[in-house]
Write a protein that binds this ligand. Structure first.
Ligand SMILES: C[S@@+](CC[C@H](N)C(=O)[O-])C[C@H]1O[C@@H](n2cnc3c(N)ncnc32)[C@H](O)[C@@H]1O
Length: 153
C-alpha cells in the first residue's frame, strides 16, 4: 500500500455539511477553487483542454464507517458500496466538476459538494464512453419511482 499525500486543497463555499444540497433532486452548482500545491503544478500541464474533471478527495471530517446506511434520498438501507456515503472504510470521495478556468495552480470549478479545506488526492480528466441508455441506476431509480408515484397507505 502507499501513504496518500494531498496534492492540494479545495476552496469551497461550504464550511458546514448542512449547507451542502442533499436528498432528492439535489443539484451541485457551487463554484470554488482546486488549489494545487506548487510542487505538483507541472502535473496540470494541458488540463485546460478538458471541460470536466474527476476530483478524488478525502472525507477528512468523517468519523468511523457504516456498512449499511440509509441515504438522504431513500427511506431504506443500502450497502455502503452501493451509495456515495461519506462514512466509508476508506474515506475517499469522488466528484465530477466542470473546469471553468485555470489560473496558475488554481483551477476554478463548478459542481462542488465538499467542505472548505478538503484535501485533494488526485485529478483526472472526465471521460465516459458508456452510453446513457446502458447505465443502470439500481436502488436509486427505484427510490425515485416510489417518490414520484407513492403507493396508497
Ligand atoms: C454524499 S457525499 C458524496 C461525495 C462525492 N460526490 C462522492 O460521491 O464520493 C457528499 C457529502 O459528504 C459530506 N462531506 C463533504 N465534504 C466532506 C469532508 N471533507 N469530510 C467529511 N464529509 C464531507 C457532506 O455531508 C456532503 O453532503
Amino acid at each position: 500500500m502507499f501513504s496518500p499525500q494531498p496534492i492540494g486543497h479545495i476552496k469551497s463555499p461550504y464550511d458546514n455539511t448542512k449547507q451542502i444540497p442533499k436528498g432528492p433532486g439535489a443539484k451541485h452548482e457551487a463554484e470554488g477553487i482546486l488549489e494545487i500545491l506548487p510542487q505538483f503544478a507541472l502535473g496540470l500541464t494541458d488540463i485546460e483542454g478538458f471541460s470536466h474533471l474527476f476530483v478524488i478527495w478525502v472525507f477528512d471530517r468523517s468519523e468511523d464507517y457504516e456498512l449499511l446506511g440509509t441515504p438522504p434520498v431513500d427511506d431504506r438501507p443500502h450497502g455502503v458500496f452501493a451509495t456515495r456515503s461519506p462514512r466509508r472504510p476508506n474515506p475517499i470521495g469522488l466528484t465530477v466538476v466542470e473546469l471553468l478556468r485555470r489560473d496558475g495552480n488554481s483551477l476554478h470549478v463548478r459542481g462542488l459538494d465538499m467542505l472548505d479545506g478538503t484535501p485533494i488526492l488526485d485529478l483526472k480528466p472526465y471521460l465516459s464512453s458508456i452510453p446513457a441508455e446502458q447505465i443502470r441506476r439500481g436502488w436509486l431509480a427505484e427510490a425515485e419511482a416510489r417518490r414520484a408515484h407513492p403507493s396508497p397507505a
